[in-house]
Design a protein around this ligand. Structure first.
Ligand SMILES: NC(=O)c1ccc[n+]([C@@H]2O[C@H](COP(=O)([O-])OP(=O)(O)OC[C@H]3O[C@@H](n4cnc5c(N)ncnc54)[C@H](OP(=O)(O)O)[C@@H]3O)[C@@H](O)[C@H]2O)c1
Length: 270
């Protein structure tokens, strides 16, 4: 494959760019092969210093230096940056779009033609290499390049290949999911504090319980309902708590959260 693909560019130097750059450098990508531009000069200087990567003056320069380009700006900024770079995108570039609600069709409309695009939906645990990264390549992408990008992104967590029609559902589950999980940890710990545990211990116990239960599911592949049943002895304490959760619509609340999040993604796509 063309060695130019080792040069990776970032438009935007915020949370997601930082998470991805952290993973890439951990995986052994040379910081001098990573180029970044951000409109916020302080942020640009900070990220440059933090990773020893190359900061450039504008977004067009990023396309001149790199072939794989992460569009790491908020969705409402997409039309601005796409308009800025559209005349400099060649068939050798691969654009990686990660914005919620920005479809590839929308991008083609601004660019006036179909270019190499991979749409991804990452989540913030990518910062520590434990993310979920859903990927959907467009039809133009050459399979070797797709494999290369997939391999690059695997340093951020688990890769899931999906059809673009399902990307809003991915936002509902894993893209936005960390927020619900943090709320769950906070609530579980609050319950512990209410019952007399120290705040610090309660947070640690709540978080480790979540990690342990998640790992147990991943390792045993046993149905979550069956794993739950294993904790519930007849007439015991856990089934009492499960009854309280059911009475307060615990499962329905989460299902509803995924539904409205997905619908919001769909609304934003229009
Ligand atoms: N964070 C998440 O959990 C998550 C999950 C999945 C997908 N995403 C997607 O990832 C994308 C990036 O999110 P983020 O959380 O990393 O955003 P962020 O932290 O706000 O970073 C975006 C950066 O881009 C800069 N910027 C604005 N206009 C620019 C321009 N014309 N050229 C270059 N840089 C520009 C912003 O500067 P200013 O702050 O000065 O505007 C900001 O520093 C979004 O589209 C989001 O939907 C995020």
């Amino acid at each position: 494959m063309n060695s130019d693909f080792n040069k990776i560019g970032f438009i935007g130097a915020g949370n997601m760019a930082t998470a991805i750059i952290t993973g890439l450098i951990k995986e052994g990508i040379n910081p001098k092969d990573i180029y970044v531009h951000d409109i916020d000069i302080d942020k640009l200087n900070k990220i440059k210093k933090k990773f020893n990567i190359i900061a450039l003056d504008n977004n067009v320069e990023i396309l001149k230096k790199a072939k794989i380009i992460f569009l790491a700006v908020k969705p409402h900024i997409y039309p601005i940056i796409l308009d800025e770079i559209k005349n400099d995108i060649t068939d050798n570039h691969v654009l990686i779009s990660m914005a919620a609600g920005i479809s590839t069709d929308y991008i083609y409309k601004i660019l006036d033609e179909e270019k190499n695009i991979i749409r991804i939906m990452p989540n913030t645990p990518a910062l520590i290499g434990e993310g979920v990264i859903a990927m959907c390549p467009n039809k133009k992408i050459n399979s070797n390049i797709f494999k290369y990008v997939k391999n690059l992104l695997s340093c951020l967590g688990e890769i899931e290949l999906i059809d673009e029609s399902l990307i809003n559902a991915v936002t509902g589950v894993s893209g936005s999911g960390p927020a619900y999980v943090f709320m769950f940890i906070e609530a579980l710990a609050d319950g512990g504090v209410l019952m007399g545990l120290s705040r610090e211990q309660a947070y640690r116990m709540a978080a480790q319980t979540l990690i342990g239960a998640a790992k147990m599911y991943m390792e045993t592949k046993t149905h979550p309902g069956e794993l739950k049943d294993m904790v519930c002895s007849p007439g015991g304490t856990t089934i009492e708590a499960v009854y309280a959760l059911e009475k307060h619509n615990f499962r329905a609340s989460i299902i509803e959260a995924v539904k409205v999040c997905t619908q919001r993604g769909e609304e934003l796509s229009k």
